[in-house]
Design a protein around this ligand. Structure first.
Ligand code: CMX
Ligand code: CO
Length: 144
């Protein structure tokens, strides 16, 4: 079962300036910062609210450290803006199998490591009416 919006992924040209915008304009606070050199991504997680399933919803602000990263390529083609939506579940593997059986392509055979120790997979945007969709099992309830 998918039980929350885990996060909205937003790609930005300048991560620090965008964090400042979300903080100054809306009062959202960064609860986690992470870099993934392999993926060429820097990210900030801003917690929006706790959710009834014991976890939380976030904005995931994504910056690129390399032009050839997924985020770098997206920026070159589309500029900054909303990049993906992520749904939370207790069982990313089981959900991926169930959704794949409905004819939706998952990008990875097995879940991979996501931010804050989560396990994640992605559903192809072309099979989801134009929305890149991520499935997330968080590491611990309301982890920060
Ligand atoms: N949302 C909607 N559509 C998208 C998309 C997105 N984020 N990214 C690509 N597309 C569409 C493009 O518009 C394009 O459509 P057209 O052929 O009609 O023009 C098509 O998909 C192919 O796009 P592309 O630019 O050639 O991109 P790629 O196929 O190389 O990559 C994807 C697309 C989804 C496979 C790639 O973005 C990917 O592997 N994503 C998963 C990893 C990821 O997004 N990491 C960053 C976030 C990390 C995190 O959340 O933790
Ligand atoms: Co994400």
């Amino acid at each position: 079962m998918l039980t929350r919006i885990d996060h909205i992924g937003i790609v930005c040209f300048d991560l620090d300036k965008t964090v400042e915008f979300y903080s100054a304009t809306y009062g959202f606070e960064v609860t986690h910062l992470e870099s993934n050199e392999e993926e060429g991504i820097r990210e900030a997680m801003l917690k929006i609210n706790e959710t009834p399933d014991g976890y939380a919803s976030y904005l995931q602000l994504l910056g690129s450290t390399r032009d050839d990263s997924v985020v770098g390529k997206w920026l070159a083609k589309n500029g900054e803006g909303v990049h993906h939506i992520a749904f939370g579940t207790n069982d990313v593997s089981g959900e991926t199998v169930a959704i794949r059986s409905k004819g939706v392509r998952a990008l990875y055979d097995e879940p991979r490591q996501g931010s804050m120790g989560s396990r994640i997979n992605f559903l192809h945007p072309k099979d989801c009416h134009g929305v890149l969709t991520e499935l997330v099992t968080a590491a611990t309830p309301d982890s920060e």
